[in-house]
Design a protein around this ligand. Structure first.
Ligand code: PHE
Length: 483
């Protein structure tokens, strides 16, 4: 296959990448998914594993992805092929780029449905359509909103059009220009929400649920879900961060930008949890109510609080904006690939992809009404898209990224791209070579039931220790050789 030329497009502003990447990672994953998963998996134990995964897997893998993107200067497929070949390795490693692109596309096809819920609730909030005085009443509004495919389809189509319009305009005039005002807007709305939540009382119950650690709740499925969610919330292994990294100017620090993005993302998730759980408990709702959780609980709480009507509008506007800045990042990889490797004009590529996306997302949308019983192994199309991406493709893609950056690429190349001081680089490399892959593998095998009851985590510690000693010995040897 012939190589395409590296892209020359760069973010215009100093904050271009940070705004876009934070926009990508802060989204429905933080405000919608994190609370309902925490509810489903029992609270504190899930949160703890999630935080560990962000630190031990998410941050190092994100650094690796940005480095791959910037070094390869292209869509995931092109960038990975280019960097693998530069290090004298097979271009077939780009298979991970294909998987990432497919993953981003699949995520977006169910994401637009949830984003559609958010926009439809924004509309309801503005027009006074969210009036009910009980949890059951709110649940009925949610069910009703889903029941009519024309209604639901209208809102998800709207989101699809908005996403494609922005991406079609290009990296600078579309994506960067839109995040430049959407992200500050998001911060302001979030600040309003936090101040409001602080004064609404009931913080204690939510705090306890999120942070009280009960080891008994640390089940296998919970651990796997927490890892999958760490990937999802940081937009990893889906082409988003890698492609945005391809536009990152050479002089910007990958380490610092990654920490900024990961920190913002984690804070927003925890704050969303702190704002939502008190409401759930105060109203006797079941925290394990699933994907409808915030849509059923929050409007009820707003209805009972002073200025609730206004704040409700702010909240759903915030949700819609957060969703849009994430949605555009999911499809940028595919559009960039069509544009760079196939010479298709960006606008045309965006609308073409948009049509295919619309078809798949319509199937996902129908999962909530006429297609509710089109199930396989008990999962609807919507559930499958979610499950396949965050539970399988993302961890697998993360493993691929770690192997690529840890072993496949030449050390000097990675080192140069990351630009870390030597101690920090050694630490990063150890984590990306051993800690992240091993953690992903263990969680994976455990989920498949292959580790069995006799499995002892001390084995993992032992392997890591051997690896550490090996690395130190090897490092010494190479140093001696060099001098
Ligand atoms: N990180 C986004 C969120 O939390 C979702 C996302 C996944 C975005 C994959 C881009 C790629 O909502």
């Amino acid at each position: 296959m012939t190589d395409t030329a590296p892209t020359k497009t760069l973010w215009l502003g100093r904050w271009g990448f940070v705004l876009a990447a934070t926009g990508s990672s802060v989204g429905l994953g933080n405000i919608w998914k994190f609370p309902y998963m925490t509810g489903e998996y029992g609270g504190g134990a899930f949160v703890l594993v999630y935080l560990l995964c962000i630190a031990a897997i998410g941050v190092p893998v994100m650094m690796a992805e940005i480095a791959l993107g910037r070094r390869g200067r292209g869509s995931p497929v092109d960038a990975i092929r280019r960097v693998a070949r530069e290090s004298g390795r097979s271009g077939l490693w780009s298979a991970f780029g294909w998987m990432a692109m497919l993953c981003g596309f699949m995520v977006l096809s169910f994401y637009v449905v949830v984003a559609g819920w958010s926009v439809s609730y924004l509309w309801k909030a503005v027009t006074g359509g969210l009036q009910a005085d009980s949890v059951d009443g709110m649940a009925a509004i949610f069910t009703q909103n889903n029941a009519n495919p024309w209604n639901l389809g209208f809102w998800s189509t709207l989101v699809t059009i908005a996403t494609m319009a922005i991406v079609g305009k290009g990296v600078q005039a579309g994506i960067e220009r839109s995040v430049r005002w959407m992200m500050p807007g998001l911060v302001v709305m979030l600040a309003i929400m936090i101040v409001y939540a602080l004064f609404s009382g009931g913080f204690g119950a939510g705090f306890h649920f999120l942070f009280a650690f009960d080891p008994q709740k640390l089940t296998g499925p919970a651990v796997l879900a927490a890892m999958g969610h760490a990937f999802f919330t940081l937009s990893l292994a889906s082409g988003a961060i890698l492609t945005y990294g391809a536009y990152l100017p050479a002089q910007q620090s990958i380490g610092r930008t990654t920490l900024t993005v990961a920190l913002c993302d984690t804070l927003v998730a925890l704050m969303a949890g702190l704002a939502i759980f008190p409401v759930i408990f105060a109203n006797g709702m079941d925290p394990a109510s699933g994907p409808g959780l915030i849509f059923m609980s929050l409007p009820l709480a707003f209805a009972q609080m002073p200025f609730g009507g206004v704040v409700e509008v702010v909240f759903f506007l915030m949700l819609a904006v957060a969703a849009l800045t994430s949605a555009i990042s999911m499809i940028e990889a595919t559009v960039a690939w069509l544009n760079q490797s196939h010479g298709i004009a960006r606008r045309r590529a965006a609308w073409g992809v948009g049509i295919v996306l619309w078809l798949v997302s319509t199937l996902a949308m129908l999962s909530f009404n006429v297609g509710a019983d089109w199930t396989l192994a008990g999962k609807t199309v919507f559930d499958w898209l979610d499950f396949l991406t965050s539970r399988l493709m993302m961890p697998l893609g993360g493993l691929g990224t770690a192997l690529l950056a840890g072993f496949v690429l030449r050390r000097e190349v990675v080192r140069e791209e990351l630009g870390l001081p030597s101690g920090a680089f050694a630490l990063w490399q150890f984590v990306i070579r051993y800690v992240s892959p091993l953690a992903i593998l263990v969680v994976f095998l455990d989920a498949l039931g292959w580790l069995g009851a006799g499995f002892d985590l001390r084995w993992v510690a032992a392997i890591l220790l051997v690896a550490l000693i090996g690395e130190i010995a090897l490092g010494r040897a190479t140093q001696r050789q060099a001098s």
